[in-house]
Design a binder for this molecule. Structure first.
Ligand code: ADP
Ligand code: SF4
Ligand code: MG
Length: 355
């Protein structure tokens, strides 16, 4: 569709003057726990070919928050997770944790900061070394950081097994003796070993049976309350993050395209991609469900080796103005209403409906 005229860039207040502000929960004062500033991660994948996996991403996570990160497979979620936790350095940009710029640290000072940032991985089968006992797997961070030895370490491993709902005497068993859900619990115990402040959960339930998924999510919520954890919770669809997150980041082809408080995002959207992702998620409220306009995503996600010009979503967007502003100008991620950020030239139109 190429019907809409080129919009004036609007300020937050002029964009939606008649509507009460959304997302009005006040931001707690002080420094966020983690800040990503224009993070870029490119991979050289052959002569002159560059995969733009993460291409200029900025956001904040506050202490105690659970922030959801959603987007289709291949949009750069895991790469961003690995950059945030310093498993891989960014190509450019900054990651600031508790006011300390991690991207400027090297050697032992970086290693010490990394203790506070742990990851839980998607595949509990692949992420545990099959040749190590469960006790050794969980104790590995304690050993690497020389935090504990001998009996104290054994006791800590048993405590961690208990905390994640496993029998503490399972420490001499091997990963293959456990079910998928139990293995994910082992991965969680390992992530907890060093008392981290932030855990990046990279699709922690995607590989599990639906019946087990809720158990793991409940466990993560209980652990958050008990140990004052902060989570970045990654998923490829919005149904999973809805339950657990206070705010949601929507990612498309290496960029954040929408940020919103979780409840608000499910009520209305400022980006057509978010609308399309939500179309796949049934809404439990029948009144909301009956009024919903479903948006189907057509086509495959484009290659991050050759992202589309202008707005990267224009090749799949049902209201793209092409040729025109959508294929020519990249929309910045702007605050469209209080707490609502989106990167779309026509976000006001998206908010009120796509017709
Ligand atoms: N080490 C790597 N080398 C080259 N390309 C990579 C590497 N890791 C990820 N990619 C590419 O980066 C893009 C984003 O991948 P990824 O971050 O795994 O996405 P997601 O987690 O959202 O599925 C993909 O195109 C993937 O092929
Ligand atoms: S800016 Fe992007 S998302 Fe917004 S209408 Fe244009 S193509 Fe669609
Ligand atoms: Mg991934």
């Amino acid at each position: 569709m190429a019907t809409a005229s080129r919009p004036r860039r609007k300020t937050v207040t002029s964009a939606l003057p008649a509507r009460p502000p959304e997302g009005t929960r006040p931001e707690p004062p002080g420094e966020p726990l983690l800040r990503a500033v224009d993070v870029v991660k490119h991979f050289n994948v052959g002569v002159g070919a560059v995969c733009r996996a993460v291409d200029g991403v900025s956001f904040e996570i506050r202490a105690g928050e659970t922030v959801g990160l959603v987007g289709e497979s291949g949009c750069g979620k895991s790469t961003l997770a690995r950059v945030l936790t310093q498993l891989t350095p960014p190509t450019s940009g900054r990651v600031i944790f508790e006011g300390v710029e991690l991207t400027g640290l090297r050697g032992e000072s970086l290693r010490q900061q990394r203790k506070h940032l742990q990851m839980i991985f998607q595949d509990p089968f692949a992420s545990l070394d099959p040749r190590m006992t469960v006790g050794d797997i969980i104790a590995e961070p304690l050993t690497n950081f020389k935090v504990m030895r001998g009996k104290a370490k054994d006791a800590r491993v048993q405590e961690l097994l208990r905390v994640v709902g496993l029998n503490p005497y399972f420490n001499n068993r091997y990963p293959h003796e456990f079910s998928g859900g139990q293995r994910q619990r082992i991965g969680i115990a390992r992530a907890l070993a060093l008392n981290p402040k932030l855990i990046v959960c990279d699709e922690p339930v995607s590989a599990l049976d639906v019946s087990i998924q809720a158990q793991i999510i409940n466990l993560l919520e209980d652990l958050q309350a008990e140990f004052h954890l902060t989570y970045l919770f990654i998923a490829h669809d919005l149904s999973v993050v809805r339950h657990i997150s206070q705010r949601v980041l929507v990612m498309y082809l290496g960029k954040i395209v929408e940020i919103a408080p979780s409840d608000d995002l499910y009520t209305n959207q400022y980006h057509p991609y978010t609308k399309a992702l939500l179309s796949a998620v049934p809404v439990p409220d029948p009144r909301v469900e009956s009024q919903r306009r479903l948006v189907e995503l057509s086509g495959e996600i484009p290659s991050p080796l050759h992202p589309p010009s202008g707005c990267r979503f224009h090749t799949r967007c049902p209201i793209a103005q092409v040729p025109g502003v959508c294929s020519e100008d990249e929309p910045p991620l702007e605050e469209k209403a209080v707490g609502r950020f989106a990167a779309c030239h026509f976000s006001a139109r998206v908010r009120t409906g796509l017709d």
